[in-house]
Design a protein around this ligand. Structure first.
Ligand code: ISL
Length: 563
């Protein structure tokens, strides 16, 4: 059987290029900017860089709407710049994985332009085209072929006037869904993927890859209560065919390559039972998945923009279940943040009084689970949510659509904004805070999204030489995974599952035991743990000896080992 794959002891760092570093001063981050900051990643000690989309794109969804998979968008640079970044990563011993967005393309992709050009066009069937619902005229309210609600609000169908037919888009109307039933589509995608691998990239993060297989019957979904729309998920989310598509992709793209590549499938709504199938190495589908359960626990009855406080017991039950489920077979990815999620220190931590303590405690808890940790740019600095004053400060298509639709439906604009301030994706997308200068060292031009005013004290430069900084704590966590096989490979056991404020677990590998105890709250706690008396090997506050009990100051996190 396969030896233990390299990525079980690796840490991945996500670069969202638009917001990472801007070399040419146009206010938008770019490839040469990213290349200029690689030593930051090296210093942190990460193994892999995941690059969010840099392909040619009208940028309706910041590059998740692709108009050409084999061209770099001028806003990010050139293919030469890309090759330079890739070489610069490789020279530093880091791998680089690309974002693969193939559930949909941009409506400006030549494939869609052709597909739309005529009902008899050979590429018509590369996308999902349907006539109006039986008995309805094109454009009439209710004429959409199904009642599905888009991820970004409204119907998933947009009418193309000239042909009188509708096309499907699970996301924005400028992101039409590809028809994976059509083998020509699959072959075109495989060919494009091989082209990138031949160029030297080390794998792919696959955008919403569990949504590519639609039930061709396209049945209506159960009503969601919003504007007569319904939940189409059962008819496009994790359908049986997606396993066939991924196995085929593995065979056509990955098999027989000399290097062991990394594949991670982003999978909204995936259950642990399904994730075990996707990541069972014997099935040859993907190496790991991004699941969404733990980042949905604070969604209220009105969805993500109606947040409620997290109950820590729910979080422990959720992550513990995933640890167990993918313990023997399969593999977990571990994340708090990405470009779609609010900043974790503001969301599950305390970005005011206990900013440093809560950022490092949350990092500790996540990183020492079994799985591959993902660090989203700025998380290693403890970057916080942004203070958006009004809708004019927002840039994200999801937040803007939501604001427009909710206010049009009669919601109180200030209440809508509160939800967006807490949960909106722009929180993750403010420029990385490199230093205290006016644009935080991001670049010379006015950034496309304002830098967070707290960059005057919260920035990389202020943290490099401070041993207690969030950055240096993340550096130690990453080093621990590299150094201790028990972190990479050990079994996982949750402790104190019912405690409302303390997150504790044990990892074991042979005789080696590792214990993580973290107080995820602002009041002191004392807990009893049946373990040999010992001092911590890593702490985010003054080390606390464990001797039958351990005293935890607010947001304290301690790591112990015995062997
Ligand atoms: O962020 C979300 C919040 O509500 C999700 O619905 C998100 O859109 C979903 O996780 C899929 O995300 C991915 O595909 C989208 C893109 O907008 C996201 O940035 C990307 O990560 C469409 O390509």
């Amino acid at each position: 059987s396969d030896p233990v794959p390299w990525w079980t002891s690796a840490v991945v760092y996500q670069v969202y290029p638009r917001s990472f570093a801007d070399a040419d001063g146009d206010g938008i981050g770019d490839l040469l900017g990213a290349a200029s900051r690689l030593d930051h990643l090296k210093r942190l000690g990460v193994d892999v860089l995941w690059l969010s989309p840099v392909y040619l794109s009208p940028q309706a969804d910041n590059g998740y709407d692709i108009a050409d998979y084999q061209v770099i968008d001028p806003v990010f640079g050139t293919m030469d710049d890309f090759d330079r970044l890739l070489a610069a990563a490789h020279v530093r011993g880091m791998k680089l994985i690309m974002d693969l967005v193939v559930n949909h393309t941009s409506d400006q992709h030549p494939w869609f332009i052709e597909s739309r050009s005529a009902a008899r066009n050979p590429k018509r069937d590369w996308y999902w085209w349907r006539p109006p619902r039986e008995g309805f005229a094109p454009g009439e309210p209710g004429a959409e072929p199904t009642n599905w609600e888009s991820f970004f609000g409204g119907s998933t169908w947009t009418l193309d006037e000239p042909s009188g037919e509708y096309y499907l888009h699970l996301f924005d109307r400028r992101q039409p869904d590809l028809n994976w039933e059509n083998p020509e589509v699959r072959h075109a995608v495989h060919e494009m993927m091989r082209w990138w691998l031949d160029r030297g990239v080390d794998g792919f993060r696959m955008d919403v890859i569990n949504l590519i297989a639609k039930d061709p019957a396209l049945p209506d979904g159960a009503p969601t209560g919003t504007g007569g729309l319904g939940d189409g998920y059962p008819h496009y989310g994790t359908r049986p065919r997606v396993h066939d598509y991924l196995r085929e992709m593995h065979r056509e793209v990955f098999e027989g390559r000399p290097r062991r590549l990394l594949t991670v499938g982003e999978m909204p709504g995936v259950t642990w039972e399904q994730a075990r199938l996707f990541t069972d190495p014997a099935r040859r589908e993907v190496d790991m998945v991004f699941q969404f359960e733990h980042v949905s626990l604070d969604h209220g009855p009105g969805g993500k923009f109606d947040p409620r406080p997290l109950d820590l017991r729910d979080l422990k039950a959720c992550l513990g279940r995933w640890q167990t489920a993918l313990g023997e077979v399969g593999w977990n990815s571990l994340y708090w943040n990405n470009h779609d999620q609010p900043r974790v220190v503001s969301r599950f931590g305390d970005d005011d009084r206990w900013w440093r303590e809560s950022a490092t405690a949350l990092g500790t808890v996540l990183h020492l689970h079994r799985g591959t940790p993902y660090v989203y740019q700025g998380e290693e600095l403890g970057m916080t949510n942004a203070p958006f004053a009004g809708p004019e400060d927002l840039r994200d298509v999801e937040s803007l659509n939501h604001y427009r639709q909710a206010v049009a439906a009669g919601a109180d604009p200030e209440a809508v904004l509160r939800g967006i301030r807490a949960m909106g994706r722009d929180n993750a997308r403010t420029p990385v805070q490199w230093d205290a200068s006016p644009h935080a060292g991001f670049g010379a031009g006015q950034p496309w999204l304002p830098v967070n005013p707290n960059h005057t004290w919260l920035n990389a430069e202020a943290q490099y030489d401070d041993p207690a900084s969030v950055f240096n704590h993340y550096r130690r966590l990453i080093a621990l995974r590299h150094e201790l096989p028990v972190v990479a490979q050990g079994d996982f056991t949750m402790l104190l599952a019912d405690h409302p404020q303390v997150y504790a677990y044990e990892r074991t590998l042979g005789d080696v035991r590792l214990l993580v105890v973290a107080n995820l709250g602002g009041t002191a706690q004392t807990v009893e743990i049946d373990w040999p008396a010992t001092d911590p090997i890593l702490s985010n506050v003054d080390p606390a000896r464990l001797d039958g009990t351990v005293d935890l100051t607010p947001w304290a996190a301690h790591v112990y080992t015995v062997d």
